[in-house]
Design a protein around this ligand. Structure first.
Ligand code: FPP
Length: 265
């Protein structure tokens, strides 16, 4: 019996060694092609990263520019961040682009945000196809201008079969409204599973990491239910100042944390 156990242990050890060799090769090759920092373990990136984009207005003001300019650069940064997340192997990337509270902004700022959103979606649609990105939206888009609703619906449909990565645009989104909406649809018994199933995007895994730019340390009604076990990261740069390096730093920070999900080590 002892002999058999020793043999099994030996096979197991050998197997482990071969596996890590193969893994190491893949890691080396991957890091060379897309220049991934040595500090990042590509096998431990978050499945879903969500960004609370904040600070467009402040970033512009600092440069003596109108808030709209911050939104313009900010909307362009979304594609850069998405691309870096894809390079790192992240499967779901969410952006909090318009909250249910954003309606209280001046009309001309709202109009500009809607214009930029439509522009960004139309501009980025071919890139989504090239990259294999599927677009999903989360939130009540029916209050948006018709042309924006049409653009969102068109690109959602066009990209629905893409599997490389999913971008979730949270638009006219509020976490409380989402929970109330889910609760209204549940027939008794009310359970966590039932409520989870009735969220806006019930097929999308909940975020592992939520990053908010611009130094504010709150969720502002973002994915309240889904954030239950997410790691929260609050960084200083304003959203328009985002770079691939900052994305990498977020992942390194995430990988240095121990996620216990309420258990002990
Ligand atoms: C926060 O900056 C940023 C937003 C509210 C998102 C802006 C939305 C867009 C640029 C539209 C793009 C949308 C899509 C769907 C592509 P802030 O204005 O709150 O900055 P502040 O805190 O400095 O005032």
């Amino acid at each position: 019996m002892k002999e058999l156990n020793d043999k099994l242990n030996e096979i197991h050890k050998k197997h482990e060694a071969t596996l890590s060799k193969v893994e190491n090769k893949i890691v080396k090759r991957l890091k060379k092609t897309v220049k991934i920092s040595k500090k990042i373990n590509p096998f431990r990136v978050p499945t879903h990263i969500a960004f609370i984009m904040d600070g467009n207005g402040r970033w512009a003001k600092k440069r003596g520019m109108p808030r709209k300019f911050g939104h313009k650069i900010g909307s362009q940064k979304m594609m850069m961040v998405l691309k870096r997340c894809i390079e790192l192997g992240i499967k779901y990337v969410s952006f909090y682009a318009f909250s249910t509270e954003n309606w209280s902004r001046p009309k001309d700022e709202l109009d500009e945000m809607f214009r930029l959103a439509r522009l960004a979606i139309e501009r980025d649609a071919p890139e989504f196809m090239n990259l294999g990105v599927r677009l999903r939206t989360m939130g009540d888009t029916t209050k948006f201008p018709q042309d924006l609703q049409d653009a969102l619906a068109k690109v959602t449909k066009e990209t629905e079969a893409n599997t490389k990565c999913t971008i979730v645009l949270c638009v006219n989104y509020g976490g409380r409204a989402e929970i109330v909406n889910a609760a209204k649809q549940i027939k008794a018994p009310i359970t966590e599973e039932a409520l989870t199933k009735h969220l806006y995007c019930s097929d999308i895994p909940h975020p592992d990491l939520i990053v908010r730019t611009s130094g504010e340390r709150r969720l502002s009604n973002f994915m309240l239910w889904q954030a239950a076990y997410a790691e929260l990261l609050f960084i200083q740069p304003h959203w328009p100042a985002m770079t691939p390096k900052i994305v990498d730093q977020c992942i390194i920070d995430f990988q240095n944390r121990k996620r216990r999900f309420g258990k002990v080590d």
